[in-house]
Design a protein around this ligand. Structure first.
Ligand SMILES: [Zn+2]
Length: 412
């Protein structure tokens, strides 16, 4: 349903943005930039994730429409901004209602992640403005009140008691190394954060820290082993029914393992990273067709990069790229040989033939030879805009769009 938040949404493909989904009495999920999951009904409540800095208050307001129970625990599924930065609103709610301050639980590495964000805040703000395609929303991710550090942390597994009901926290490595999935055995309820994002898992985000493809698959398999009746994900709708949950968990794990194993097999056969990237590894059709594995945020080529980076370092295998000549000099050499106009003409004809990646590579040669030359600037922007119109990955699309915009702005 349309609402006021869709226009300013980082994840505008969630049609429930800003709403509370009550799955059954005692189990609910708020849809913000990321979801917040709630378990309640026994006199106390827990929340898995507190939404983002700007949406925490709305998450609290929505859950307060269905229950007045105090928050006993706020549990971070991991330390990223769309999940763990809305905590202030939850604390304010407890103070306003005269409740005890909720205990914030997280894996022990979340605090280190917060420290890292504070150290590299400028870089993350810069990348987020492009990645999310929305500068003002990206700028709102970090603020002075952003970091509510965990009160209590654990390492492998932690058992909690929610008004007499057992709650288990399990550590996982997945999108981050500090992930937690929460299991409530009496309800067969798994609250899994970004272990499930209702799309292709986002491993290999181009300008973010290392992610953990194989461990991600293993965590999903461990959750499936518990045979959940409900899976509440970090993004997208709640999943219900043992069969649906099993398919979601095991098929997502199978997709990650497929890409992981394809890359590892090639590395072991002595292929260079650049050759593996160019092999265009793709999922088998039966996996690619799954509605919960669409490459609308992350995508398979990014996962390939993530696995390579994890095991094989940064060098592509191309000798010229070990200690590279400056791009400008290399491109000036090509222009001297071929001529600027011939290169631009060829790039344009490739674009018109729909060979957009090849067109971009060639147009970049002319641009890198002379960044101030207006014609290659305009052609590069045009090719990037054509790529944007057909690219399915939200992340890739936004980075291409940001690059085109930079070229266009400079031209004015
Ligand atoms: Zn997320």
């Amino acid at each position: 349903m349309p609402n006021a938040y869709q226009g300013n949404s980082l994840y505008s493909f969630d049609p429930m943005m800003g709403q509370l989904e009550v799955i059954e009495p005692g189990i609910a999920m708020f849809h913000g930039y990321a979801n917040s999951a709630f378990a309640y009904g026994r006199g106390e409540m827990l929340a898995v994730d507190t939404s983002s800095r700007t949406m925490g208050a709305m998450a609290v307001a929505r859950i307060r429409e269905v229950t007045a129970e105090p928050f006993a625990f706020l549990i971070y599924s991991h330390g990223l901004g769309d999940h763990a930065f809305g905590t202030e609103a939850f604390i304010r709610d407890a103070i306003a209602r005269g409740f005890a301050r909720p205990k914030i639980w997280a894996h022990e590495d979340v605090a280190g992640r917060f420290d890292l964000f504070r150290m590299t805040r400028g870089w993350h703000s810069h990348v987020n403005r492009m990645q999310f395609g929305n500068a003002s929303a990206a700028d709102e991710i970090f603020g002075d009140d952003t970091f509510s550090y965990p009160d209590l942390t654990y390492r492998g597994t932690q058992f909690l008691d929610l008004a007499g009901e057992p709650v288990e926290l399990h550590h996982a490595m997945a999108e981050t190394d500090d992930a937690t999935w929460v299991w409530m055995p009496a309800r067969r309820l798994a609250m899994v954060g970004d272990l499930i994002v209702s799309a292709m898992p986002n491993t290999g985000n181009p300008n973010k820290a290392q992610r953990y493809t194989l461990e991600w698959a293993q965590a999903l398999e461990r959750i499936a082993h518990r045979k959940p009746q409900y899976v509440l994900p970090g993004h997208g709708p709640a999943y219900q029914g043992e069969q649906m949950c099993e398919e979601l968990l095991t098929e997502t794990a199978r997709a990650l393992r497929y890409v992981h194993d394809e890359v590892v097999q090639r590395l072991n056969a002595g292929q260079w990273p650049i050759d593996i990237v160019e092999a265009n590894i793709a999922l088998p059709d039966d996996l690619a067709d799954k509605p919960f594995l669409k490459p609308v945020y992350g995508c398979v080529p990014f996962i390939v990069r993530d696995v390579i980076r994890r095991y094989a370092g940064w060098w592509s295998g191309e000798p010229s790229q070990m200690l590279p000549a400056p791009r400008r000099e290399h491109c000036e050499d090509l222009i001297a040989l071929c001529g600027r106009d011939a290169i631009l003409a060829r790039a344009r004809s490739l674009m018109e033939a729909g060979e957009l990646r090849r067109a971009l590579s060639l147009a970049e040669v002319a641009l890198n030879a002379d960044k101030e030359d207006a014609e290659p600037r305009a052609l590069n922007a045009e090719i990037l805009e054509a790529i944007v119109s057909s690219e399915r990955s939200f992340i890739a699309r936004n980075f291409f769009a940001a690059a085109a915009k930079q070229l266009r702005n400079h031209a004015m």
